[in-house]
Design a protein around this ligand. Structure first.
Ligand code: V47
Length: 421
């Protein structure tokens, strides 16, 4: 190890952990606590980057995807959530028919999307057949796209509605078009936080049981951790250990996604949101603790594009995708839908100094660098997004990072000019 880093790591009290990382040894619960407690975030990031590069080299993955949130009706009443509408008399409530969901993806028919990410609230009125028809309708509309659908919380509801075993339900869902399962719903695997914030949802044991059954049925899935609200550090480390243990058993997890909590419009909105520094630490600690997870994702919608660029040096190897529309959190200032085009994603990765690789949800490589990014595709994506809700899509690069990076470039130019005088 470079002697400058060696000194930093020793001063941060991380020498033992660094030795384990170099020997590719598993980190303990106490190591996890220490990674959260040391003030030297750079030292934690440096170690996470060693693991990141060992597993994924210089590659940063992105995906051309579309999110469909088929219903916001939910009977779980989670305090951290701003998305849900109560099942009774809520004017915000909506539930798409399978045909309406299919129409949503047809609206982007000209964009070569490889993943449709389908999640929603737990609407107790929906019969088992609805979920199968939803998958069939979307698959028929986009036969070439993989369907990544239903968090374990929805799966729990589907299993109840079906009155069948999880394994039987997974077989039906697969036959209807399901390819993979997203990572939501576990929140923080702690009985205390479960009681306080999301007691109506399945607990950690049930979430893990349903993930195990998915993996045994040949369905890959992701996992998340929702942080930045009332959880405590040991609860987050426990969360990692539970996921790591199941991954040892099944090998069925693809990606871990730390989800940065957005307090806006929730029942706890007086609490402060996590900062960018916390977001980077969550990425880095996850990379170090989850030694058996192939990928760590920085979900740019939650983390912002600039923090996601930095996260690619703190353990993350995936920035997720084009998204097109996202309802679970909204841009608080404008309350608009959110999209990045493929060109913008690729440029964001290049600007961060990583090699962009387009993937599908199972991490099959679809293109490299600028190969599949054309102005025509970018144009289409913009036009189609506008078609859904005119003027409703934030162009993140022109409204956010472009101005920030332009400012930086401007400042750099001034410095160069001044020093040349
Ligand atoms: O489970 C809800 C979270 C999750 C808020 O697998 C919130 O690739 C922040 O799981 N602030 C659903 N988060 C989203 C999810 C996901 C997202 C991106 C990629 C993948 C993947 C999965 O969203 C929920 C909950 O933990 N959530 N409300 C909020 N206010």
């Amino acid at each position: 190890m470079n002697p400058i880093w060696q000194r930093q790591i020793e001063r941060a009290g991380l020498a033992d952990i660094a030795a384990k990382v170099e020997r590719e040894e598993r980190l303990s619960f106490e190591d996890g606590l220490q990674l959260y407690q040391t003030p030297n975030l750079n030292a934690v990031g440096y170690l996470a980057n060693l693991v990141r590069e060992r597993k994924n080299g210089n590659v940063a993955y992105w995906v051309r995807n579309q999110h469909v949130n088929y219903t916001n009706v939910c009977n779980k009443g989670c305090l951290f959530c701003s998305f849900y509408a109560k099942p009774k008399d809520d004017p915000r409530a909506y539930t798409m028919t399978p045909e309406q969901a299919a129409q949503k993806v047809l609206n982007y028919g000209d964009v070569p999307i490889s993943e449709v990410h389908i999640v929603g609230g737990v609407n107790p009125k929906l019969p088992y057949s609805y979920y199968l028809e939803l998958l069939r309708a979307v698959k028929a509309a986009r036969p070439n796209a993989h369907l990544k659908a239903f968090t374990m919380v929805e799966v729990d509801q589907i299993v109840r509605a079906a009155k069948k075993s999880p394994h039987e339900v997974y077989a039906d869902l697969k036959a209807a078009g399901l390819d993979a399962i997203p990572g939501g719903g576990a929140e923080v695997m702690s009985e205390r936080v479960h009681e306080d914030l999301f007691f109506a949802k399945p607990n950690a044991e049930r979430w893990l049981e349903l993930a195990r059954a998915a993996h045994q049925s040949g369905i890959k899935s992701n996992a998340t951790l929702l942080y930045g609200h009332v959880e405590q550090t040991p609860e987050k480390v426990e969360h990692f250990l539970k996921l790591r243990e199941l991954q040892d058993e099944t090998g069925g997890f693809l990606t871990f996604i730390p989800l940065s909590w957005h307090p806006e419009k929730t029942a706890m909105e007086e609490l402060p949101a996590p900062t960018g520094v916390e977001d980077l630490r969550e990425i880095a600690v996850a990379r170090l603790m989850l030694d058996n997870f192939p990928h760590i994702k920085t979900f740019w919608i939650m983390n912002t594009a600039p923090v996601s660029q930095s996260a690619l040096w703190f353990g993350a190897d995936d920035v997720d995708g084009t998204i097109m529309e996202y309802e679970i959190i909204r841009d608080p200032a404008r309350d608009r839908k959110q999209v990045l085009t493929s060109r913008q994603l690729v440029e964001m990765i290049v600007e961060a100094g990583r090699e962009p690789v387009e993937r599908d949800p199972l991490y099959n490589v679809l293109s490299r660098g600028l190969e599949s990014v054309s102005d025509v595709e970018t144009l289409l994506s913009n036009q189609k997004a506008d078609l859904i809700q005119p003027d409703a899509n934030i162009n993140i690069l022109t409204s956010g990072i472009e101005t920030a990076s332009q400012r930086l470039k401007e400042r750099a130019r001034n410095v160069i000019e001044l020093s040349a005088r």
